[in-house]
Ligand binder design. Sequence first.
Ligand code: GLP
Length: 252
Amino acid sequence: MKTNVTSHQDDAARVVAREIAGLIRAHDAAGRGTVLGLATGQTPIGVYAELVRMHRAEGLDFANVVTFNLDEYVGLGAGHPASFRRFMDERFFEHVNVPSGSIHVLDGDLAAVDVPASCADYEAAIAAAGGIDLQLLGIGRNGHVAFNEPGTGRDSRTRLVELAPGTRADAARFFEGQGATPHHAITMGIATVLAARRLRVLAFGAHKSSIVRRALVDPVGPDVPATFLREHRDVTFCLDEAAAGELPQETH
Ligand code: GLP
């Protein structure tokens, strides 16, 4: 496990975007594609902005990139302003050349009866693509990863979940109040995430310092799902100084 603390979150975003670009270019040169696991939320916005900049200014080519997003709210429809699909389109996909057929976002607008098969198909599509090369991640303030809320086990896979009250409260600003905030989501599981070859976990700001400390210091287990990420063989926690502010010195 590595931690990389930068003085400003833009620096962390640039480092991660450069790593992604390097991976894409190396894979292209070797004649193979690149499979990226993508995250939503405020945290990875700078990474997407930098990747878009590199596409425009440096010709970074996404033609051989396949993407899988971590999660989606249930019951919104892809066009809903707060859907993760819409977020990804606006922040990233509309500005780069990932082929539309290579973009995978979980469908939160299915009849309940169709959800398990759709989740199994998602896992199968990740496997068919050769697995995820690099997974971007954020951390929720309660320690969730994607929408794997506290109580989630290490063996969890893509499935329907109920959102924790605190998660809904944090998300309410994107909806017309907490009453309009979804109760459920579909999310990759912890085991799905841990199967990626590299994990890059981003957390920025003082409001994340307490959960960052717990993710890095608490015993590994379901109380703080982000602790499971420490068990990965190639994980880097990319933090700004504010998010790292409560860490014991030896973890810096
Ligand atoms: C969201 C997402 C997570 C994300 C987290 C933090 O609800 N499901 O994947 O990492 O909460 O969000 P933010 O980056 O906005 O703090």
